[in-house]
Design a protein around this ligand. Structure first.
Ligand code: MEV
Length: 472
């Protein structure tokens, strides 16, 4: 597919070789024209493979062109990708307060993802090296075992209403449950659009908390299907609307009315099975690597100090997709860590084990409260493009992709830790960054990197010398 457009690459590389050129409108249009001349994208049913060998070796412009073609991006969307356009100060001004500018981060693409038999290119926004490479590598391993299998709950969020000063918490609980149907109808009256889309209030639950620093209190949970929204606004509005009704029937006083980030009714699960031979390294057999990964999991399962780092690896992947798609990564983090402590002891978010045939099996099940409508997902131009590249059609699908990425990221980290250690990969990336800074590209870049690694001298001055020597 790419070979057919091979004559285009020199043109694209020429543009990239002077990054200033992309910041001028006329050059930008030349670039866009070049990209447009690549064969138009295929329809979704013919979605091409996300297995793109050597993608990382391409230049930035080539990668952008490949992804633009793959995802069928329009001209204006390509300009967003390249940073020629994007979030304007005016748009930023309407997102938060006291805006003085905008802030950019790298947007990378993780390749190789096969989820429920469908190919995905994964947009990831992250400042840390190795994350995108790690996810891509792990996705390739998982692909060898048939890809990720994912599932998810309906997008049901929990809203909490805190009721105090009742004579008897249990009596108040009964009074609330007696008007459950009225509460559901009232909650639905606040957002007819979401109800029309098939969402809306689903249930009411009561949770007496007898021993708190403020004495006994009743917590009312409103369970609300928010469809393709993250849901915070919808749920908070509904809770605020229900509060006076609950005060009236219980004779109590409502204090907080707010959604819970422990969205444990909105879980997404990703699973994978990897044959051991795929995991073998030069030094270790596949079975040894499987054992090392299962032992790494056991460490995180038993020890909160290790679990925090293990889970940070999971969130490296999930947060990067969350940010790329304009979602609230603090909400995601809060829910994921609280869920990891649901037994009363903080533990590993993921599970890894060997099946009867020696395959490595992994599972990640987490609350994933993310949306495709509302908030920055629609306002931020890059988030819109990221969603288009992902090609997901619902918040549930997005959540499933995110847990698959989390599981891949976790696998990449613990596989590296259980084999060569993570520094080797980091140093290779660092060497690459230095070689680029020293002016190397293409084949020269590769040679400079290899030479620095072989010498164990990964420094800018050495990269500069090597560029001179090898060019000469
Ligand atoms: C670094 O960002 C993440 C890791 O520490 C995760 C882990 O230790 O599993 C590599």
């Amino acid at each position: 597919m790419l070979a057919a457009s091979g004559d285009l690459w020199p043109e694209l590389i020429a543009f990239e070789s002077d990054s200033r050129v992309l910041s001028t409108p006329s050059a930008a249009h030349l670039y866009i024209d070049a990209v447009q001349r690549i064969k138009r994208p295929m329809s979704d049913t013919q979605r091409p493979s996300s297995r793109l060998p050597g993608f990382f070796k391409r230049s930035l412009a080539e990668r952008a062109a490949i992804v633009s073609q793959w995802a069928g991006l329009e001209t204006d969307e390509q300009t967003v990708l390249l940073g020629i356009s994007g979030l304007t100060p005016n748009q930023a001004e309407h997102m938060i307060e006291n805006v003085i500018g905008t802030y950019t981060l790298p947007l990378g693409i993780a390749v190789n993802f096969l989820i429920n038999g469908r190919d995905y290119l994964i947009p990831m926004v992250v400042e840390e090296a190795s994350v995108v490479a790690g996810a891509s590598y792990a996705a390739r391993l998982v692909r060898a075992g048939g890809g990720f299998v994912t599932s998810s709950d309906d997008p049901v969020m929990i809203g909490q209403i805190q009721v105090l000063d009742v004579d008897d918490v249990y009596v108040a609980a009964g009074q609330v449950m007696a008007i459950k149907d009225r509460l559901l109808a009232e909650a639905n009256s606040r957002d007819p659009v979401i109800v029309e889309l098939g969402g809306g209030a689903r249930d009411v639950e009561v949770r007496p908390l007898m021993e708190t620093p403020a004495g006994p209190m009743l917590i009312v949970h409103l369970l609300y299907d928010v469809r393709d929204a993250m849901g915070a606004n919808t749920v908070n509005t509904a809770c605020e609307h229900l509060a006076p009704i609950i005060e009236e029937v219980t004779g109590g006083r409502v204090n907080l009315r707010i959604l819970s980030n422990l969205a444990d009714r909105r879980l997404a699960t990703a699973e994978c099975t990897i044959p051991p031979d795929v995991l073998a390294t030069d030094e270790l057999s596949g079975a040894d690597v499987v054992r090392g990964i299962v032992e790494a999991y056991a460490f995180a399962a038993a020890d909160p100090y290790r679990a925090a780092t293990h889970n940070k690896g999971v969130m490296n992947g999930m947060d990067a997709v969350c940010i790329a798609t304009g979602n609230d990564w603090r909400a995601l983090e809060a829910g994921a860590h609280a869920y990891a402590a649901r037994s009363g002891r903080y533990t590993s978010m993921s599970e890894w084990w060997a099946d009867g045939e020696g395959n490595l099996c992994g599972r990640l099940k987490l609350p994933v409260a993310v949306g495709m409508v509302g908030g920055a997902t629609r306002v931020h131009p890059t988030a819109r493009v990221a969603l288009k590249i992902l090609g997901v059609s619902s918040a549930r699908e997005l959540a499933e992709v995110m847990v698959a990425v989390g599981l891949a990221q976790n696998l990449a980290a613990i596989r590296a830790l259980a084999t060569t250690g993570i520094q080797a990969g980091h140093m290779r990336l660092h060497a690459r960054q230095l070689a680029i800074a020293a002016g190397a590209s293409g084949e020269l870049l590769q040679r400079v990197v290899e030479a620095m690694i072989a010498e164990g001298a990964i420094r800018l001055d050495r990269a500069q010398e090597l560029v001179k020597e090898l060019r000469g």
